[in-house]
Design a binder for this molecule. Structure first.
Ligand SMILES: NC(=O)c1ccc[n+]([C@@H]2O[C@H](COP(=O)([O-])OP(=O)(O)OC[C@H]3O[C@@H](n4cnc5c(N)ncnc54)[C@H](O)[C@@H]3O)[C@@H](O)[C@H]2O)c1
Length: 437
């Protein structure tokens, strides 16, 4: 099938590469000329495990192309995916300007019978706006569908190739068979392709992210209670996670959720509730709790070292909002680093893949960038573990003690056992567990 994917970011590239892998002829379009040029040179502009090899193979075999000519890409596709960003507007609502720009270009270049699929995360009612925008520019008949994406950065290829479910919002039966044909290779193991009305599909994506964010904020607040009451949140998590009604996933207390999805999607859903006069009070609390949680490591540092951090040196392990990605959008590490710098502290960071993104887009030369996690600890008064990369899980603590000025560790991901850290001679501050002073 001829497939067009508009927007070649974390989602668009994965969708394009995976659909090419199953034999479709895919054109990916993006307005970012540097990005497209890099892709045409064989360079993948984001870090996502396995994506570079998939893109290389499918490009070499002629099934995957990249272009800045969005109009010609639209003319190629029997099916067109809109996968552009929907960043938060000032009031927290999803900013639809990119989606509607694309709809305009689609309208100006549309062939009869094309299926236009919104992959971007968009508020309920967006498909109606997309249809109206396209219709302003064409008399051709077409279908609009909502097909939200549930991939997780860091595991995106597996999520797309072996999805738990695929949700398709359709307004008539005609595009159903096209979607079935497109997705059949990915649901052979029996996981469902769920068809529903468009409004429900649009809302499903926000409901999923809001539920997961809620679990995280719930555990983070419980962690504060555990810390105050002398309980251990890791044990509480085990105690409740074995209940099948609750389940084990997304019950880890930490330094707060970040990334390009949870923070913006929770806020956008609150705004959607406001638009319909429905107060999603639970989600307001989820959001507020997370904003507070992102300040927690900084607060712990100040209660240990005082408000003025000048003359002190801090090591940060992990910049990306989670492991196996270089995505730093709304990463908790950024809140922590800004708070240390604002209080006069000096910072040396390490991240296996996100350092370039940090330098180019977020931190510049306001921090030092270490070549490895040990170099980051040289002369440090404290180490903060912010992202749970595998390589941070079993460090050489004896070596690190020799490198640091003071053996103090703030663990934003609860990677280590307090009793072991005590035995190794560290002050150790995890979240919701025994604080080793
Ligand atoms: N990143 C994720 O993990 C994830 C997961 C599920 C859903 N989503 C949703 O998918 C959407 C895309 O997210 P992303 O992380 O891939 O974003 P991204 O910022 O990585 O990529 C978006 C791309 O769209 C391009 N673009 C913007 N306007 C354009 C236009 N008019 N024409 C062509 N290209 C244009 C940008 O240049 C950029 O390359 C968002 O709505 C997001 O909420 C993201």
């Amino acid at each position: 099938m001829n497939v067009t994917v508009i927007g070649s970011g974390y989602v668009g590239l994965v969708v394009g590469a995976c659909l090419a892998e199953t034999g479709n002829r895919v054109v990916c379009a993006d307005v970012d000329a540097d990005k497209v040029e890099a892709l045409n040179r064989g360079q993948v502009p984001i870090y996502e495990p396995g994506l570079d090899r998939l893109i290389e193979r499918n490009s070499a075999e002629g099934r995957l192309q990249f272009t800045t000519d969005v109009g010609s890409a639209v003319r190629h596709g029997r099916v067109i995916f809109i996968a552009v960003g929907t960043p938060p507007g000032e009031d927290g609502s999803a900013d639809l300007q990119h989606v509607l720009n694309v709809a305009e270009t689609i309208g100006k270049n549309l062939s009869e019978g094309t299926v236009v699929i919104t992959k971007s995360t968009v508020p309920v009612g967006t498909a109606i706006k997309v249809r109206a925008e396209i219709e302003r520019h064409t008399d051709a008949g077409f279908h609009v569908c909502s097909n939200p994406e549930f991939l997780k950065e860091g595991d995106a290829l597996d999520d797309f190739m072996r999805p738990d479910r695929i949700v398709c919002g359709i307004e008539s039966d005609e595009p159903r068979s096209i979607l079935q044909e497109l997705y059949e290779p990915f649901v052979r193991s029996g996981n469902p392709l769920i068809f529903m009305d468009i409004a429900s599909a649009e809302l499903t994506k926000y409901a999923a992210n809001a539920m997961l964010a809620t679990r995280i904020s719930f555990m983070n607040q419980l962690a504060s209670l555990c810390e105050a009451a002398g309980a251990d949140v890791a044990l509480v998590r085990k105690g409740i996670g074995t209940d099948p009604r609750i389940g084990r996933s997304f019950l880890y207390a930490g330094a707060g959720y970040g990334g390009s999805c949870f923070p913006k999607d929770v806020r956008a859903l609150i705004r959607t509730g406001d638009d319909f006069n429905v107060d999603l009070g639970i989600l307001r609390q989820v959001h507020t709790a997370n904003e507070e949680q992102k300040k927690l490591l900084g607060r712990k540092a100040k209660s240990r070292f005082g408000e003025d951090l000048s003359g002190l040196q801090f090591a940060i392990w992990g910049l990306a909002f989670k492991p196996e990605t270089d995505d730093m959008r709304e990463a908790p590490a950024l809140s922590l680093i800004e708070s240390i710098l604002a209080s006069g502290g000096a910072v040396t960071v390490h991240d296996p893949v996100a350092a370039d993104v940090a330098r180019d887009f977020h931190l510049g030369d306001r921090v030092e960038y270490a070549a490895d996690e040990y170099e980051a600890c040289e002369a440090a008064d404290a180490l903060f573990v912010v992202t749970e990369w595998l390589q941070y899980r079993r460090p050489d603590w004896l070596r690190i003690r020799g490198l640091m000025r003071q053996p103090v560790v703030f663990d934003g991901r609860n990677l280590f056992e307090p009793s072991r850290m005590r035995g190794l001679g560290y002050e150790y501050y995890p979240i919701g567990r025994e604080q080793v002073r």
